[in-house]
Design a protein around this ligand. Structure first.
Ligand code: PLP
Ligand code: COI
Length: 345
């Protein structure tokens, strides 16, 4: 077997069915041993908890081929931990963290031919998902659950790859104060669908959500956290006034990269919408988005234009992008514990 015959450089961020996935079921109070299967179909009762009350959470991480031909994942322990946090908040039984990492190893190994080659611009996106699978009619948590982990090769999340995008300030909220914005619940994304369809129809790539309590501070977008660079070249990272931002693993890594590799000053604080015009650069960060530069924000017809412009990444965002992806793809030495190698034999 060898790599699949795919035009890796030209794939977008879409689903492509791969050969194998991992499935484990929770029943009678325990997770079973889990198996690798070729079966991509899920058969459920019409009354399954996930279908009635959206009891589901998910994760997203990537496998990369490094320059030396190793296959690695980036900080999968943090995805495992975040999925435990999501499960607890949704009254679901957490999937054990060490078993999550073992499932990553098994899924990537079983789909090794689907890992895009080093330098192709594509990566293997891994999607762990968990949902209530037995019948639930009164509003309560399910008793049975399925944990599944599948993968699909992907290209850039935003069309045009590293080209700056235009985003809008949304009139909708993706989360509520004291709600579920800080976990990776499927329901948060259902909340954002009308807003993203509206934004796309108006010609914008993403929505910037404001804090749902006061609608005066910057939170995040539908699928990524936000970073800014101020006039002095410092990194400014929005903090939520209502704890409704998803704790992005990419963003937490960027903060460390900025401090330790690039010796930048980093401030994590609430950022008011009315001060954003003072910043020089803006980026969206996440597993899917990596670091995508933003050229302009449209706030109800008023444009906030960043000095970095619409042609290329600004200099600081570029340095962060190159350092982060250098670490992820094995070109730069990583902090201890960040790179998890998948042993194929
Ligand atoms: N914010 C939202 C709403 C997301 O869906 C994601 C994607 O996972 C992120 C932020 C970025 O998080 P991470 O860097 O852990 O992928
Ligand atoms: C990710 O970056 O992994 C996400 O889950 C974002 C999603 C919108 C694709």
């Amino acid at each position: 077997m060898g790599k699949k015959n795919i035009d890796w450089a030209n794939i977008g961020f879409g689903y492509m069915k791969t050969d194998n996935r991992y499935v484990s079921n929770f029943k009678n109070g325990a997770w079973d041993n889990g198996v690798i299967t070729t079966d991509d179909k899920v058969v459920l009762s019409e009354c399954a908890g996930v279908l009635q009350y959206s009891q589901s959470c998910f994760e997203g991480l990537k496998a990369y081929e490094t320059k030396e031909g190793k296959i690695v994942t980036f900080r999968p322990d943090l995805n495992a931990q975040r999925m435990v946090d999501s499960a607890k908040r949704l009254e679901m039984p957490p999937f054990p963290q060490e078993r999550f990492i073992d499932a990553v190893d098994q899924v990537v190994k079983a789909n090794a031919d689907w890992v895009p080659p080093y330098g192709s611009g594509a990566t293997l996106y891994i999607r762990p998902v968990m949902f209530g699978s037995n019948e639930v009619i009164g509003v309560k948590p399910a008793d049975e659950y399925q944990f599944r982990m599948f993968c699909t090769p992907v290209g850039p999340y935003f069309k045009g790859g590293a080209k700056p995008i235009v985003v809008k300030i949304s009139d909708f909220d993706r989360a509520a104060p004291h709600g579920t914005g800080n976990i990776k619940a499927g329901l948060n994304y259902a909340m954002s669908l009308h807003a993203i369809v509206t934004a796309h129809a108006e010609g914008f790539a993403e929505n910037v959500y404001l804090d749902p309590a006061t609608r005066t501070t910057i939170e995040e977008t539908g699928g990524a956290n936000i970073i800014f660079v101020d006039a002095d070249g410092n990194l400014v990272v929005p903090k939520s006034a209502s704890d409704s931002i998803l704790p992005s693993i990419t963003r937490r890594s960027i903060v460390q990269v900025a401090k330790d590799y690039l010796k930048l000053n980093v401030t994590e604080r609430t950022v008011r919408l009315d001060e954003v015009h003072n910043f020089k650069e803006m980026g969206l960060c996440g597993t899917a988005a990596v670091i995508s530069p933003v050229g302009k924000i449209n706030d109800h017809g008023k444009e906030i234009c960043f000095e970095s412009g619409m042609e290329e990444m600004g200099p600081t965002i570029r340095k962060l992008y190159e350092t982060l992806t250098g670490i992820q793809m094995g070109r730069l030495e990583a902090p201890a514990g960040w790179i998890h190698e998948i042993r194929l034999n």
